[in-house]
Design a protein around this ligand. Sequence first.
Ligand code: A3D
Length: 316
Amino acid sequence: MAKVSIIGSGRVGSTTALFVAQKGLADVVLIDVVEGLPQGTALDIGQTKSLEGFNVSITGTNDFEAMNDSDIVVVTAGLARKPGMTRSDLLEKNAAIVKSVAEGILMYAPFSLVIVVTNPLDVMTYLVFKILNFEKNRVIGMGGVLDSARFASFISEKLKVAVEGVSPMVIGAHSDAMVPLKNHTKVLSKSLTEVLSSQEIEEVITKTRQAGAEIVSYLKTGSAFYAPAAAICHMVKSILKDEKKVLPACVYLNGEYDLKEVCLGVPVKLGRTGVEEIVEVSLSEEEKSALVFSAESVKKDITTLNLTGCKLVKER
Ligand code: A3D
């Protein structure tokens, strides 16, 4: 049985544990700094076994050592947005948390694949990548799968078609600077531009950009967690089952899409070894400049953290 460790047993971490366990994908270890939280959560999820019909083990602990031999480590430790905050507002506090988690991964799970979820996602993925110095296929940020799922749900509502008929593709930063790809988003094999007017497309894009903030404004005490956890689980499944799905994920770019020294969402093939390929799709001039703008916004956050001087120990 594969092993997935989830660092951070808050709303996203605990819901991810539930989804991964209920799908029987892996044994799950929940880890958090708050005493009792991962232990209690793991017991609660474990007690759904007979009702939901799954049989993996699920444990909770405050001990980072428990992540040893993990196939995948999911990083959800950190603060979530409150109303009025952008994801970048979380930068400094979450960087400190993510650094300590990355050091734990380095010590206890040096052969794992790592899925980063803590916001601001793209800069946290970069930070984890730089600290771990793993091969670039092993550090993957989750942002694009969630943005794409939201895009698909708004398109399906607009067109009144089943959401399974929509194949969305949203790349770029996991922020307002995301880049929804109109020509690579298909509805029953037709491109989005064939089934919606440009005004309708702009409407669904605006809704997608604002989807996270809308949920924060209702919840007030935190941010979305069901759809984020479902998105993480989708990536975990593509990896552990070696499905090789092409999904948008945040990865370190070294010339792909003419971008360097940044982590950003692009289409990737996700299989048992992690990112098996960065898929370069053709972009319109407008999309290319939107992607450059997206990358610049992430680099700005990286500079804020004074990380640009953070060199790889070895070139991969
Ligand atoms: P929350 O419910 O507050 O859970 C975070 C958990 O992290 C808490 O239980 C903390 O105790 C724990 N924690 C803090 N520091 C550490 C540490 N050093 N080691 C281990 N655990 C620690 O938040 P949440 O689950 O709603 O969100 C978690 C993170 O995910 C936030 O940064 C969110 O912004 C982010 N998030 C990202 C997405 C994306 O799509 C990228 C979506 C939703 C949430």
